[in-house]
Design a protein around this ligand. Structure first.
Ligand code: DOR
Ligand code: ZN
Length: 351
């Protein structure tokens, strides 16, 4: 059995559910799941309840995070038409701005052009902007990057035409980057039909041809692998109105290691996608004396081994090629032998 040492992985797309969704996940459980998945730094999304669109809510959420996080965390501010005047004040506390252009969980949305323009005009140039953009919204996002000549990061790209448009934008030298989620690489609409609400997320799973396109672009156009870890309870998922989203922090690296074992991806490219590029794109700090030790051994993903509070994954029962054996964060063992050792408060909140 081979042991591999990786740098601490960075996930720029995690839903930690604080405030308002603590029954799904909280800072202590979500950062435990991160460490169990080899992830030592995460960026938390703003579609909470209330959303992270005002300085007061963001400040209170940061105080809660500071007390509870076991790995390092930065938070996104959310763009909202009603709170757009707060953007400069939000920027002082947030790592990046998130703009939701398409339908997803929660009410946070930007659907009018004046708000979109205000985001690009007033959010500080040195701070990243990430967009949830599907279909034509990808073109809108690329257009904004061109007009305002500033970087735009497109989250969870899932369709052939979207990744091909982004590839064309990059050929033109436009400042666009993108991420892909493992569930869009390892599942398609057949899995959505099999899993029902447990296979429903936004964007929904694609066709086999969409999946093939993402793999074709994994060594070129794709900048990051990001989990879109979006926990909801099984009771919510089996309700009459199931919310979209699946957990991902603990399955992302094992799935990508399977791609390495299958010669679909090199280990150095995995490190670029899950550490180097996220760090560069979001201007994130280095974590000294931090590493992830992985054992390349056949392992079956099991719900009962998860640390996420929701307690389930659509990959339950799937065999993967590797498992996280040990995680060291700033010289201290944070995860070992299936146990999370890092305590709430061990993590650093990014400024
Ligand atoms: O499936 C999803 N769920 N996609 C998103 O973009 C949001 C997320 C959530 O917050 O549950
Ligand atoms: Zn998301």
């Amino acid at each position: 059995m081979t042991t591999i040492t990786l740098p601490g992985l960075i996930d720029v797309h995690t839903h930690l559910r604080v405030p308002g969704g603590e029954h799904k996940e909280d800072f202590a459980s979500g950062t435990a799941a991160a460490l169990a998945g080899g992830v030592t730094m995460i960026l938390g999304m703003p579609n909470t309840n209330p959303p992270l669109t005002t300085p007061d809510v963001l400040a209170a959420t940061r105080r809660q995070a500071q007390a509870d996080i076991r790995c390092d965390v930065g938070l996104y501010a959310g763009a909202s038409p009603a709170d757009i005047a707060y953007l400069p004040a939000l920027a002082e506390q947030a790592t990046a701005l998130k703009i939701y252009l398409n339908d997803t969980f929660g009410k946070l949305r930007v659907e009018d052009l004046p708000t979109l323009m205000a985001c690009f005009q007033t959010w500080p140039r040195h701070k990243p902007i990430a967009v949830h953009a599907e279909k034509q919204s990808v073109a809108v996002s690329i257009g904004l990057a061109a007009v305002y000549n500033r970087p735009v990061h497109i989250v969870h790209v899932s369709r052939r035409e979207e990744i091909e448009l982004i590839a064309d934008a990059k050929v033109q030298g436009l400042p666009v980057t993108c991420e892909v989620a493992p569930h869009h690489l390892f599942m398609d609409q057949t899995d959505a039909a099999r899993l029902g609400p447990l296979g429903d997320m936004r964007p929904i799973l694609g066709t086999p041809d969409d999946v093939a396109a993402l793999w074709e672009h994994l060594n070129s156009t794709v900048d990051c692998i990001a989990t879109d870890h979006a926990p909801h309870t099984l009771a919510e998922k089996h309700s009459a109105t199931p919310p979209p989203g699946v957990s991902g922090l603990e399955t992302s690296l094992p799935l990508m290691l399977t791609a390495v074992a299958d010669n679909r991806l090199s280990l150095s490219r995995l490190i670029e996608l899950m550490h180097t590029n996220p760090r560069r794109i979001f201007g994130l700090p280095e974590q000294p004396d931090t590493q992830v030790e992985v054992e390349m051994t056949p392992t079956v993903i099991r719900n009962e081994n998860l640390f996420t509070k929701c307690g389930w994954t659509p990959f339950d029962g799937r065999e993967v090629a590797g498992r996280v054996a040990r995680v060291v964060l700033r010289g201290a063992v944070a995860f070992e032998n299936g146990r999370v050792l890092a305590q709430p408060g061990n993590g650093r909140l990014l400024t």
